[in-house]
Write a protein that binds this ligand. Structure first.
Ligand code: GLN
Length: 486
């Protein structure tokens, strides 16, 4: 059942006011956030003012949108005019954008109530939120485990019912992987479906703005409102008008689902077990399932890291203390000022990626690394094209593993790169993909199922996800935070 619809009905029937609803969320955040570290900034005054506007509309019998008065959160790399937007980096401390990101501006125009900014890996580089300058977010299922990343704060907040939904970014899996670790639904849209205007760039050819929510219907409601052409983003698709919500209940009998064997084989036993069980449910619902091989899904991982780091090294050049960034205090020359600004205020993971990116773009190494990675990306895209002639959607695990223990990744970096194995291909191919909970591992941590579609086929993958959710039952969110039992 859509939580948004339920709350909307409660607001319209005056069972609760938007202000009371917002206050409930704010007090739940105050009591639970010190443990979870999901929010890094709470916008209490702003939230209450927005709620008040909605209450006045309801009192005046004005029609309100489904999202009006619904409390939500934004990842800290989504620009909010006049409000701190730091990418959880010291270098952006105190930075207040002078404009709103399009996704946020569209939600704001519908009356969304913004509770505050959520934690993330610094500049969205990581898969645990442990690279955040604010320290890591915790997994509501077990606080000794990470919430995933980079949108880990958003996933932790949604999973603990400290926001009805959240907006995150996904460059290589940052919406889907934390959603899968925390038992939420996470949608990474097609590249070009949602404007990137105001999303602080990590790797521009891969970055997307996505949605995290407690169920598929809510995800579709939010997607429909943030997607669509935006003249402020030259890569936004002009002729796309989203209508995912209207497609949710279509019959899925006869849909063809491909399962890439490579990604099943590389998953942990617990994950494999739950994903194969989920695949069986699709068969029981009348889908035609076929296992197939797609080797380029494996070479996608090194290609992703080369391309992402190359683009990051260019995008992060602007943080030099002149154009953007906290300027170093003592320096004797402009050169020293830039060096000190960047050395003192970027974290280790970001510096490592800038160096790697600069290296793969440098003369003598460009062909060996960057050009080769681009070639692999083209090959992957060509294979996807063929695959989607045969299948309506692909089903895979979202991550080969469930949530890591806190600090586990620090001790085993390779493990963290592998965490992105199943997600990066959708970014390289520009394809839409959704993660939704499909079970738990032996430690009680959520397992995520990923459904990938062809370009602009959000309708189709959310339809499959909704049908799966109906037959599997919703069970993702923790029994904590704000809960209404209707
Ligand atoms: N974990 C991946 C990385 O560190 C993906 C991050 C993302 O999607 N922003 O690059």
């Amino acid at each position: 059942m859509s939580e948004i619809l339920k709350l909307h009905n409660m607001l319209c029937s005056k069972e609760i006011s938007a202000k009371e609803l917002t206050q409930k969320y704010l007090s739940a955040i105050k009591s639970l956030n010190p443990d979870l570290n999901a929010y890094i900034k709470i916008s209490e005054d702003e939230a209450l003012i927005s709620a008040d506007i909605i209450d006045r509309k309801i009192a005046g019998s004005e029609d309100i949108d489904l999202l009006s008065g619904i409390p939500m959160t934004l990842k800290d790399n989504i620009s909010t005019k006049g409000n701190d937007t730091t990418c959880c980096s010291k270098i952006l401390e105190g930075y207040k954008p002078i404009y709103d990101a399009t996704a946020w501006q569209r939600l704001k125009s519908k009356g969304a109530v913004h509770l505050g900014k959520t934690n993330m890996d610094e500049f969205a580089m990581g898969c645990t939120t442990e690279t955040s300058v604010y320290g890591s977010s915790k997994n509501p299922y077990n606080k000794n485990f990470v919430a995933g990343g980079s949108s880990g704060g958003t996933a932790s907040a949604v999973s603990a019912n400290l926001a009805v939904y959240g907006i995150g970014s996904d460059t290589g899996g940052s919406v889907r992987q934390p959603a899968s670790f925390c038992g939420c639904v996470g949608l990474k849209p097609t590249y070009g479906a949602v404007s990137r205007y105001g999303l602080i760039a990590y790797a521009s050819s891969l970055d997307t703005v996505g949605v995290l929510a407690g169920n598929v219907a809510d995800t579709a409601v939010v997607f429909d409102r943030i997607a669509g052409f935006d003249p402020m983003d030259s890569t936004s698709r002009p002729d796309f008008s989203p209508c995912a919500f209207d497609f949710l209940d279509k019959d899925i009998k006869g849909r063809k689902i491909g399962v890439p064997q490579e990604l099943i084989d590389r998953a942990d036993e617990d994950v494999k077990y739950q994903v194969l069980k989920a695949i069986k449910i699709f068969e029981d619902m009348g889908c035609v399932v076929e296992f197939f091989s797609m080797p380029s899904l494996i070479t996608a991982l090194p290609a992703y890291y080369i391309i992402a780091c190359a683009e990051a090294s260019s995008n992060l050049g602007r943080y030099d203390g002149v154009r953007y960034g906290l300027k170093a205090e003592c320096f004797e020359s402009i050169h020293q000022m830039i060096c000190k600004t960047r050395s003192e205020n970027f974290g280790d993971e970001v510096k490592k990626r800038i160096m790697l990116g600069t290296f793969v773009l440098s003369e003598g190494y460009y062909d060996k690394y960057y050009a080769k990675a681009q070639h692999l990306r083209q090959e992957l895209k060509a294979q996807f094209k063929k695959v989607f002639e045969r299948y309506d959607a692909l089903v895979t695990p979202t991550s080969p593993k469930t949530a890591f223990r806190l600090c586990e990744v620090e001790e085993n970096k390779e493990g963290s790169f592998n965490a992105d194995l199943c997600t990066v291909s959708a970014n390289l191919g520009g394809l839409p993909a959704v993660s939704l909970p499909c079970g738990k591992d032996s430690r009680g941590l959520p397992v995520g199922l990923q459904i990938i579609g062809d370009k602009f086929m959000e309708n189709r993958i959310l339809n499959l996800a909704k049908k799966f959710e109906e037959s599997r039952g919703e069970f993702g969110l923790k029994d904590m935070g704000v809960r209404f039992d209707v």
